[in-house]
Design a protein around this ligand. Sequence first.
Ligand code: ADP
Ligand code: GLC
Length: 473
Amino acid sequence: MDILHVSAECYPVAKAGGLGDVVGALPKYMNDLGHTARVVMPMYRTKFLYANEWQVVHKASTNMGNWWFEFTIIKEKTNKLGFELYLVDVNGLLDREKVYGYNDDNERFTAFQICVLDWVNTWAKKPDILHVHDHHTGLIPFMTKNCLKYRGLSTVKTVLTIHNAQYQGWMPWSKSILIPQWDMWKWGMLDWNNTINPLASAIKCADKVTTVSPSYLQELKWMSAGLEALFEYEKGKCVGILNGIDAKVWDPETDEYLQHHFTEHDYEAGKAKNKMLLCDQFGLDYDKPLIGFIGRLVGEKGADLLPQVISDSFYFVGRRMNFLVLGSGFPEVEARLSALKPLSQSDYNVYIGYNEGLSHTMYAGLDFLLMPSRVEPCGLNQMYSMRYGTVPMVRRTGGLKDTVIDFGDVNGYGICYNHASVPDITHAVWRAAEVYHDKERMKTIRQKMMNLDFSWESSVKQYIQLYSSLVTQ
Ligand code: ADP
Ligand code: GLC
């Protein structure tokens, strides 16, 4: 099967979160099964762009409303990522440093989608599947079915994967002129609550919709930032497929970012050395358990609760553990976490920013990883941490619920709690501090986690089955 993934992110080219990790891995595993999966994404100004060689594969001009512009599609020459990677260059619009966060993101991603479809429209043999990811590429299923100029693509099947339904790409109706001439009778397929809603449109128009875990799909029916009724209505074409992790990148035995490697058979010394590195770098006490947080400092991740959880833990549980936070996001949360630093007694530190290398050392060197998410469509951090022998402390929601079993339950290995609330999380911290000193139990837990299989192999097969159900119809 011939699959084209259309995405705003793809690791290691550009990554803002888990979407990048998934799009950087999934096609590789599809190709391993003998399919042809490619990726097309915007050409941002990234290190990867300048460090690699590219060949121009398509050059044309197009329009978005009454704005005419030229675009170029370039391909990475060697397929070094394990798949063909294409970048769309639109001068001044896509070639920026950041992936998101500009005032004209609506225009940027609409232009990107137009360029992709203009290009695919010229292919002699069309792909079997256009696989779009999140709202940034959500207009594609509508456009292939309803835009005059894409009639040649109307039989190409489309699949939408929802990595995060909190962001929907809303656009006022005044921006409808950005979309190439379309059948006006179909306005309802773009609309949700009197705005153009690219995510809602993709849910309506795509042939199949997947979410990145089964539990998340259930939750969306009662909590999806306004789309609850739509998920209920469209449930027949929705399916939850749990993400995997790229076991080739996230392997403690070979991880390029780690100074000290280890395996599931001999992890104690390796983990200890990584912990020592972190303790030295951040002025922490090696003898105490090290609890970390890695992620976007936003409400979804429960990051706003961290400052209170940390101070309550020190007060109620005692100064029996270290906390180390890595992340960036809401300025108030960043400021409150930084404000705790002077209160540290060699047991707290925070690194504000994005640091891929540090995140790997943390997965390897932490004893516990805290994930008090309010919403977690899948979550990759808990799977990385388990592969690296670090015990996840997760709220039972979305993909966290689907991947972690509490160590108090049969065959369990993690720490779970029900509410994203300061008392529940603080209680989890107390449990971590207690179990840490039970060396035998920690050993059993670590061994169990490190032997779990979260690789992409089984999830990829589910995607392929889903594609087949469309193509053979
Ligand atoms: P989300 O995509 O919602 O942010 P995921 O758990 O799916 O959550 O993926 C987050 C990814 O981003 C992981 O690979 C995690 O290690 C990485 N990450 C998040 N914040 C940072 C940071 N500040 N520095 C380094 N890596 C980070
Ligand atoms: C999103 C979700 C996260 C998921 C990731 C990859 O960013 O917030 O839970 O793991 O996408 O699918």
